[in-house]
Design a protein around this ligand. Structure first.
Ligand SMILES: [Zn+2]
Length: 118
């Protein structure tokens, strides 16, 4: 295995690319990693990120939306129900966009650090 820096592997993971080579997609479905990279042959089916990506996604999204929740709750720009509906849609979209990237990040960290995978 070619030695690459952790920063490069993490950047590739964040872009949903193979952390090893960066040439192929890390996923064959929305959140399903390929069993083996078609470009470099690294096996990804053994690397399990478990709940880490979901936790990190919620951490980022909810902290990012916290000021807007405050505006909806205490501001007078729109009614409460419109604000809650709008923020819910924004939160879902942000989560769906960020979750594969966070999973790629966790897979890249686990792989590049040689952490146990099972
Ligand atoms: Zn690869």
């Amino acid at each position: 295995m070619e030695t690459i820096s952790k920063k490069i592997a993490i950047w590739r993971g964040l872009r949903s690319r193979c952390p090893s080579c960066g040439q192929a997609s890390l996923y064959r479905a929305y959140l399903k990693p390929v069993d083996e990279c078609p470009s470099c042959g690294v096996t990804w089916s053994d690397v399990r990120a478990d709940d880490g990506p979901a936790w990190a996604t919620m951490l980022v999204v909810l902290h990012g939306l916290a000021p807007l929740f405050h505006l909806v709750a205490f501001g007078e720009h729109m009614s409460m129900w419109k604000g809650i509906c709008l923020l819910s849609v924004i939160a879902v979209i942000m989560c769906l966009w960020l979750l594969p990237r966070m999973k790629g990040l966790f897979i890249a960290i686990i792989w590049s650090t040689g952490a146990p995978t099972s």
